[in-house]
Design a protein around this ligand. Structure first.
Ligand code: GDP
Ligand code: MG
Length: 293
C-alpha cells in the first residue's frame, strides 16, 4: 500500500528552511541566501522512498508585511500550513522569538501535528540549546522536538522517523522520479536571483525580480533569455558592473548550477531593466508571477 504525507516547513526568515528542504531532498530545489525572504513562492519538493511519498512545501518566513509583496507572502504562508499533514516549525537555538513566531507557535500548539525543529546546532552553545529545548517544550505543545543542523545534515534523518505517524495511505500524487513540481522556468529565475543576492551583497536589497522571457529546449541545449528588473537606474549600473563584469559573473554561476541540475548545456542571455516601485503595484506583481493562482 502506498503512502503520502504533505509537510510544510515554516519559520522566521533566515532560520534555515530552504537549507533543510535541500538537505532532506538531497538536491538543490529551494534557493538559499544569507538575506531573509528570498523564497517568494511556495516551493514544493518531492521525495519518494519506496512506498512513501513526502511532499514538502517551503514557505516565505514569518514576518510583518511591509507592502503588497509582503502581504502576498503572508497569504501563501497561511494556506501552506492549513494544507499540511504535518508542520515542521523551525527555530534557532539561542535566538529570541519574534512576535510573529510567538503568535504562530501559540496557534500551532492548538493542533496536534507540529514538530519543532531547532536548527543550527552546529553553531549553538550546548547549554543555550538545552535551555531552548526545555523552555519551548514546557510552553508549547509539539509531537516531537528535534535539534538539527540543516547545513551539515546532523540529526536530520530523525525527521523522517518522527513523520511516520502522519503518513496517510493513499496513491502518490507525483511521479516517483521527480524532485519538484516547480516549472523549470521558475527554478531558473530563482537561481539567477540567488546569485544576484549573493554577489550584490547589501547594495541592492529586495527590489529585484527575474522574469524568464524565453525558454527553449533543444536536444541537449537549454536556451534561456531572462530579464532582471530593478527599481532604479543606479541599481541597474551596479547589477551590470564595470564593463558588464557583474552580470557576467551572475550569468556564469547561474548557468553552471543549471547545467548541473538539468544535465544539459545551457545558454543564458541576461538583460537588466528598470521598473520603479514595482513592489507596490499589484499588476506588476501578477506580471512577475506572484499571483494567487
Ligand atoms: P530560510 O530563509 O529559512 O529559507 O533560510 P536559508 O535556508 O536560506 O538559510 C539562511 C542562512 O542560514 C544561509 O546562509 C544558510 O547557509 C544558513 N544556515 C541554514 N541552516 C544552517 C545550519 O544548520 N547551521 C548554520 N551554521 N547555518 C545554517
Ligand atoms: Mg528560504
Amino acid at each position: 500500500m502506498t503512502k503520502t504525507v504533505f509537510i510544510t516547513i515554516i519559520g522566521r526568515p533566515n532560520v534555515g528552511k530552504s537549507t533543510l528542504l535541500n538537505t532532506l531532498l538531497g538536491e538543490k530545489v529551494a534557493i538559499v541566501s544569507k538575506k531573509p525572504q528570498t523564497t517568494r513562492n511556495r516551493i514544493t519538493g518531492i521525495l519518494t522512498k519506496g512506498e512513501i511519498q513526502y511532499v514538502f512545501t517551503d514557505t516565505p518566513g514569518l514576518h510583518k508585511p511591509h507592502n503588497l509583496l509582503g502581504d502576498f507572502m503572508m497569504k501563501v504562508t497561511g494556506s501552506a500550513s492549513e494544507d499540511a499533514d504535518v508542520i515542521l516549525f523551525l527555530v534557532e537555538a539561542g535566538v529570541p522569538l519574534n512576535k510573529a513566531e510567538t503568535e504562530a507557535l501559540k496557534k500551532a500548539s492548538e493542533s496536534d501535528n507540529v514538530i519543532l525543529i531547532i536548527n543550527k546546532v552546529d553553531i549553538a552553545d550546548k547549554n543555550v540549546l538545552a535551555q531552548t529545548i526545555q523552555r519551548l517544550s514546557d510552553e508549547y505543545n509539539f509531537k516531537a522536538v528535534i535539534p538539527v543542523s540543516a547545513l551539515t545534515g546532523d540529526n536530520t534523518e530523525i525527521i523522517f522517523k518522527e513523520i511516520e505517524p502522519f503518513l496517510v495511505e493513499s496513491p502518490h500524487f507525483f511521479p516517483d522520479d521527480i524532485a519538484t513540481d516547480q516549472p523549470e522556468r521558475q527554478i531558473f529565475s530563482e537561481l539567477i536571483r540567488e546569485k544576484l543576492l549573493r554577489l550584490l551583497d547589501d547594495e541592492i536589497p529586495h527590489g529585484i525580480a527575474v522574469v524568464i522571457e524565453d525558454f527553449k529546449e533543444k536536444k541537449d541545449l537549454l536556451s534561456v533569455r531572462a530579464e532582471i528588473y530593478c527599481e532604479k537606474e543606479a541599481h541597474k549600473k551596479i547589477i551590470i558592473g564595470k564593463n558588464g563584469s557583474m552580470l557576467k559573473k551572475v550569468g556564469t554561476y547561474a548557468r553552471e548550477d543549471a547545467e548541473k541540475m538539468f544535465g544539459v548545456h545551457v545558454y543564458l542571455d541576461l538583460w537588466v531593466k528598470v521598473k520603479e516601485n514595482w513592489r507596490d503595484r499589484q499588476a506588476l506583481i501578477n506580471n512577475f508571477g506572484y499571483s494567487d493562482e
